[in-house]
Structure formats: C-alpha cells, structure tokens
Ligand binder design. Sequence first.
Ligand SMILES: *Cc1c(COP(=O)(O)O)cnc(C)c1O
Length: 386
Amino acid sequence: MRKIQMVDLKVQYQEIKEQVNQSVLDVIESTAFINGPEVHQFQEELEEYLNVKHVIPCANGTDALQIAMMGLGLQPGDEVITADFTFAATVEVIALLGLTPVLVDVDPVNFNIDVEAIKKAITPKTKAIVPVHLFGLAANMDEIMELAEDNNLYVIEDNAQAIGGTYTSKDGTKTKTGAIGHVGSTSFFPSKNLGCYGDGGAIFTNDDDLAHTIRGIVNHGMYVRYHHDVVGVNSRLDSIQAAILRAKLPKLDTYNAARRNAARKYSKALKGIQNIVIPTGYCEAENSVCDVCDCHVFHQYTLRILNTDRDALVNHLNENGIPCGVYYPIPLHLQKAYKDERYNEADFPVTNQLIKEVISLPMHTELDDEQIEFITKTIINFVATS
Ligand SMILES: *Cc1c(COP(=O)(O)O)cnc(C)c1O
C-alpha cells in the first residue's frame, strides 16, 4: 500500500508538471512578477468559473477577509457575528480591525454557523455576519441572507474551504459558494481545494462599487497613482502563483469530484457503525455523496466519534501510519486572544461537544481504494473494541 498522507500534493503536481513548470518559467522570463498578465487572466477565468462579476486577487485568505471588511466600511465598535467552531483567521481579522467579534454556536449536523444562534446574537450594533463554509459544505445561506436582509446586515462568506462548491437555494437556484453574500473571500493556501504553491487569496463580489473600493484598498488605497484616498494595504497575488492557479483552475471540478469520490467510499464503509457519525452530504436515497447537488467539496472529511476516547483513536491511527487531524480542538471563544466576559458557556453546547468528538481523515485527490479500506477498517476495529 502507498504511504497514506493527510494531503498529497505531489501526485497532483506530477500530472500538471510540464504546464506548471513552463508557465512559471514564462513568468520569470517576462519579469512581470507583480500584477502581470497572468494575474489578470486568472482573475477573469475565476470570475467566469464562479459566475461572479468581480474577483480581486490578494495575498492570502486572511487578507481577503480583512479587506472585505475594510471595503464594507465596518468601523470600530461594529459587531460582526461569526462561528465559534472554525479556523482563527475569521475572528482574527474582526478583532484586528477593532470590530467586535461575536462568536456563536454551530449546527451539529453541518458544523456551520447556527442560524438560531445568529438571531439571538443580533443587536443594534451588529453590522455583518461571516458564515464559514466549513470543511467544504455551504452554510444555510437562504436563512442567513434572509436574516441579513431583515436586519440590514452585510454577509461576508468565508469560502476558504469550499471553493468550487455549490449552494442550492430553496427555489432551486444553484450558486457557487462565495458568490452568494455581499462579498466572499477565499484562500489559495497549498492544501486548500484550489491551492497555489505559496500564499494566495481572493475576494469576490457582484457589487461594482464595492469591487472598485476593494481594488483600491489592496493597492495602498490608491485609485489614481500616488493619490491615496483611503488607508489601504499591500496585498497582491503574485504572477507566479497566478500562473500556477491558471493551470489548476480547469481541474478544480475534477479535483473536487475526486474528493467527493473518496468521501463516498469513506461514508459507505462507515455508515451505520455504532458511535460513528459520518458527515452530512451523504444522500441515503442516492447511496452516494450528493452527486445530485454537488454541494459538498470535502475540504475535510470529518467524523464525529461518540462514546469513545477520540484522542486515543488519533494515536491509534497514527501508530498505524494513518495521519489524521482534529479541526478544531479548541473553541474560539476559549482561545486566550478571543476570550470575553460576554460569552456564556451555556451558549456553546455544540462547539464544546464537537471539539471532543471530531476527527478529520486523510482527504485529497489521490486516495486509493486500498488506503480507504485500511483507514476505515482500522477506525471500525478501534471504535468497536474501546
Ligand atoms: C485557510 C483559511 C483561512 C485563511 O487563509 P490563509 O490563506 O491561510 O490566510 C481563512 N478561513 C478559513 C476558514 C480557512 O480555512
């Protein structure tokens, strides 16, 4: 059996090696390292793929979130609601801008921000909601957009883990995640579903004015050369990364299909096993993982392990050569940097439970049947005997 890796970028690279190497060399030959034609072309190709009017590339996914919030003109003291169970970048930029983070609990089924919890957290100071499409599955965007409209709030989608995913609205409309809210952000960190070979990110919006504002912010607040109208940042996707992303974007759907395929095999083997909760997105009727709606892009394949020592399972898997991850082991409201007296433990029952139960299995485009069988058998045996 091939060595199991949590993320396998090598095999993927081998397949596109010639094209990637050539386009990187071309950028070097051209010396158009910053804002070169590759960046502009990638921007247009991603706009077309996402069916969104504006893509503004930037340096990374954390910057993308920060710049989105700056673009919306959020001011110190404004409250921004986001999920307690996510990567820290989301809450970090809220705090960094002097905004007030308001962390709320998540849904135990889709792991995403809980709409009822958002409702309870809205105050007259609330200005925005940041749903994170965690692990590759869209948050409940119909309800969130409705709530935002009723309360005059902005919605900033953190799409770092779900690029290429689709959200199907109640009326049947299908929209790519990240293109639903007022503004969306993503990351091209190497292990993300669309990863470059360094850091990269992008902001999406259908709002022409907001796009214009953001284009200035990423470039030192300049709209006319050497005229600085607003305080901006320097946040750019470099041409080499754009060239790599151009080689990978046409394969994104194939990559995501490979992830779904691996997820389907995991779910098939683990479905119905006592004390194992497979991730939602598994369509019973189809006996498949949402082939119908294409919704989940499985950035992570995350199980809940009940009545079992999760950490002992992690050790057991590692001892058997199976890497795995715990995303996330600590709720954001308990992190030193984001602790706040406003929070009440009783408001986070789901996150507080999930951090003890979740385990993310190896997930990438190169998992084979033998590896998946070995991984699932090892888990089932452990859970059955502990
Ligand atoms: C990866 C990630 C980010 C940050 O992206 P970087 O490119 O590493 O800055 C933000 N939010 C979520 C949910 C992420 O998974």
